[in-house]
Write a protein that binds this ligand. Structure first.
Ligand code: HEM
Length: 211
């Protein structure tokens, strides 16, 4: 059994892209890492939603939105949609490292199948970003991630990055404080929905590309 491999590393890559596109949020978090660590890590998982959807089979009748779903029917749980639910989240398209409360469903909605590794993932993401945002490392995305087309997971094929201090201007300026989109498209080179980009150009905003 393999678990928590793709999800955690995809969350890290999307997190770097989100911080690049929202330089004010990167500055805020890096300026007081521990103060924002818990909320920022949750916000990365909400915005990137590494698992887009899972299929489940109903064990009993269930009413959703006035519609009765029958025992034995299969349903798709769209975590990515739930995490942008405007009736739950104020400004759901805004990446806010201080968002609180943040009742996202990135790890599932509770119950017996809730992500077994959620606490480990939080620890891993916190430890990684503590290091990546430190002055000595200062890792930053240097361009948009390329995604693997999938309706299941929000998987990153590659992400150009740089090390050391770098101007953190977004690639495309129109709305640096938002992310948008619903999932990868048909091509193999897909702009990240987390990063809200309209280009597959892997070039950065003048940052040195190290990998
Ligand atoms: C950011 C990282 C992660 C995300 C976003 C994530 C997301 C999810 C989601 C959405 C589910 C389904 C929950 C449900 O249906 O209610 C799940 C299940 C699961 N996850 Fe994770 N996961 C992550 C990291 C990990 C890690 C690090 C591990 C283990 C080392 C792990 C182990 C599992 C297992 C074993 C299940 C199945 C639980 C069951 O069906 O009883 N996950 N995860």
């Amino acid at each position: 059994m393999v678990a928590g491999v793709e999800t955690t590393r995809n969350a890290i890559s999307h997190g770097l892209a989100l911080l690049k596109d929202n330089p004010d949020q990167r500055e805020r978090w890096a300026g007081d890492f521990e103060k924002y660590a818990d909320t920022a890590v949750e916000e990365i998982v909400r915005c990137s939603t590494p698992i887009i959807q899972f299929k489940r089979t109903l064990r009993q009748d269930h009413v959703v939105g006035g519609r009765t779903l029958r025992k034995g029917e299969m349903v798709a749980l769209y975590y990515a949609s739930a995490n942008r639910d405007e009736s739950v989240f104020a400004d759901p398209d805004v990446f806010d490292v201080a968002r609180d409360p943040n009742p996202h469903l990135g790890y599932g909605g509770g119950g017996p199948h809730y992500c077994l590794g959620a606490h480990l993932a939080r620890q891993e993401l916190t430890a990684l970003f503590r290091l990546l945002l430190s002055d000595s490392v200062a890792m930053h995305a240097a361009g948009p991630p390329l995604l693997v087309p999938s309706s299941f997971d929000n998987r990153v094929r590659s992400l150009p990055f740089g090390l050391g201090r770098c101007p953190t201007a977004p690639d495309t300026a129109p709305d640096a404080a938002t992310f948008a989109g619903s999932g990868p498209g048909p091509d193999t080179q897909v702009p990240s929905p987390a990063a809200g980009r309209g280009s597959t150009d892997a070039g950065g905003a003048g940052c040195p590309v190290s990998g």
